[in-house]
Design a protein around this ligand. Sequence first.
Ligand SMILES: C[S@@+](CC[C@H](N)C(=O)[O-])C[C@H]1O[C@@H](n2cnc3c(N)ncnc32)[C@H](O)[C@@H]1O
Length: 266
Amino acid sequence: MNAKKQFGQNFISDPNLITKIVDLLGNEKDSLVIEIGPGKGALTKQLVKRFKKVIAIEIDRDMEDILNKEINSENFELIIKDALEVDLRELIAGENKKYDYKNVFLISNMPYYITSEILFNTLDVHDLLTKAVFMMQKEVATRVCAKVNENNYNNLSIACDFYATTKYEFTVPKKMFRPIPKVDSAIVSLTFNNDHVNDVKDPQKFISFVRQLFNNRRKTILNNLGRVLGDKEKAKDVLNKTQISENLRPENIDLDQYINLYNNSY
Ligand SMILES: C[S@@+](CC[C@H](N)C(=O)[O-])C[C@H]1O[C@@H](n2cnc3c(N)ncnc32)[C@H](O)[C@@H]1O
């Protein structure tokens, strides 16, 4: 069967690579794993052996027979559906009750065309998750893991940092995939924590506030904050109170400072 480009199908098969990825979830049997885009089951085969329950969400109906044949295991459930249309909260905490498991993991060799949607959907259910392990394009991985003052630092890096400890685990050269894609990939892990979530009243509004501040990353924080608040004088006042220089650019401001900015803006 030909790989379907429109579904971002680039398969892996190297057993060492697969083990290296799955190892990032550890060995605790008492875990629920949600996999997005199992494809032909490269990762899934190891996951069902290691963990109590595995639910895979795959958009391509042609994979159904292959998967059901490959993964002949009672702890495996397949949902043929667009992952972006699956209510992850309901899936994890509804019928499959999160509290029946010690850990809830999310794993995906991501279909690259929906990387940021999957990331933001994952962050939305951060409170239900222990850890997520994602393969993504290397360039996106460096953005997700970027630190303040680095070129790639943006609202995605801050959103991930807000909910989790983010780690660039390792690079995966493009030759490891079939068909071979144009660019290299990387594995990123997010270990969720509550270190910052309680620092703001409305986390989702905070994430959207930061996104808007990055709309014009070449402009100063004063300009961006003035636009977001619709009031330049108020922006000046907030920057003054938080002791953040008006001339900094969005990429020069760290997570704690963004939290401070948000709390003083609303
Ligand atoms: C990069 S491949 C990874 C396949 C397999 N996990 C592997 O590692 O070899 C991405 C997989 O995601 C599936 N996919 C693409 N878009 C999807 C979506 N919106 N929802 C669920 N699965 C999707 C593709 O059909 C494909 O199987």
